[in-house]
Ligand binder design. Structure first.
Ligand code: GAL
Ligand code: CA
Length: 350
């Protein structure tokens, strides 16, 4: 009798174990990710650098889809400079079951509603390019930031000007007064990049023992047309006094070049430095209109947005070459570009 009970018990146990196993297997199958929906809201879809970052994100998504067989949907919407619009867009992503939301904040001081909305639904949120303050990012454990090392490109611009001065003083200090008369073209007021790039570029020149004289500055919102119209006025006012134009990005630097081309004053064009290394920016470096730029790694940042979104949804870890610090930040270094190495960067974008 005891033996029979023992056998029945054993059989039952085996049946239960098999059942548990198969339940386990089927629930794993159910959880297997078949599709990832990523919703992205950008502050302005016509911004050149942001547009090329989005191209990188989309092409990485296609590549990942081919590699993994997981369908990856990337929907990009334009907040067109309105934080209210962006809040609505994020709310829609959350309500429509998107897995990860990526946000290029319009107003980097105002992420509260967006964070609250994502947090209440438990959806991860990746901010990028327009950096919010650390206190805001820390409020939600599933909030991240993908961007660049903010202080680098200003320092690089400063160093490029210092190096050129050492090499060919007369091509920079045209009036030979041992001072650099410069114009600063700034991105948006309050943008972390605009503030820090401006400060570090000038400080780097000064720290190298070179005197500077700021003729004027102009805000041109990262935009080529605005860069041109601001420079039109400044050329009228300062003419040949301008020795250097330090621009917070390539597009505004290109606007400045447009202003000189318009006036056919190219023989006296100042030394112009930009930031981003967009294809048009790089071309201007190659052609000698722009002295140099600092390459803002759109390829790396676009790929990180995609890989982080993928890791967050599938629970897998990030590729080894993508480094996250403080469990929240992924940052890319800039690279100095002048005529000597410009071809290397042009080929990245072709
Ligand atoms: C900067 C970039 C600018 C502009 C801005 C938008 O990093 O250099 O060209 O795209 O971001 O936030
Ligand atoms: Ca001078």
């Amino acid at each position: 009798m005891k033996k029979i009970i023992a056998v029945v018990f054993l059989v039952l146990l085996i049946v239960i174990l098999i059942a548990m196993g198969s339940i386990h297997i089927s629930s794993q199958e159910k959880n297997k990710v078949e599709r990832i929906k990523i919703g992205v809201s950008v502050y302005n879809q016509y911004d050149t650098f942001i547009a090329s970052l989005m191209e990188q994100l989309k092409s990485c998504a296609v590549q990942k889809e081919n590699e993994t067989g997981i369908e990856i949907i990337v929907d990009i919407v334009n907040a067109a400079g309105s934080q209210l619009e962006q809040n609505d867009q994020v709310e829609k992503f959350v309500n429509n079951g998107y897995d990860v939301v990526c946000v290029n904040l319009v107003d980097r001081t105002d992420p509260t509603l967006i964070i609250d909305k994502a947090e209440s639904a438990g959806i991860p949120i990746i901010f990028f390019n327009r950096e919010l303050v650390p206190e805001d990012l820390k409020r939600y454990d599933k909030a991240y930031y993908v961007g660049a090392v903010t202080i680098e490109p200003g320092i690089m611009q400063g160093e490029m000007i210092v190096d050129l001065l050492k090499e060919k003083k007369e091509s920079v200090d045209k009036n030979a007064d041992n001072k650099i008369q410069y114009i600063m073209l700034e991105g948006e007021a309050g943008h972390q990049d605009a503030i820090i790039r401006t400060e570090y570029a000038v400080n780097t020149i000064v720290e190298n023992g070179i005197q500077v004289e700021k003729l004027d500055y102009a805000l041109a919102n990262w935009n080529r047309d605005q860069g041109k119209s601001k420079m039109d006025k400044l050329i009228e006012e300062f003419g040949n006094e301008i020795e250097v134009i330090i621009s917070n990005n390539d597009d505004m630097a290109l606007g400045a070049i447009d202003a000189y081309i318009d006036r056919q004053k190219l023989e006296n064009i100042p030394v112009i430095v930009g930031i981003d290394g967009t294809l048009t920016g790089l071309t201007a470096v190659k052609e000698g209109y722009m002295y140099g730029t600092a390459y803002n790694d759109d390829v790396g940042q676009g790929r990180s947005l995609l890989e982080l979104a993928y890791a967050l949804k599938t629970g897998q870890s990030l590729p080894e070459d993508i480094v996250m610090t403080e469990e929240k930040y992924i940052r890319y270094s800039y690279k100095k570009v002048t005529k000597e190495n410009v071809d290397e960067f042009i080929s990245i974008h072709q």
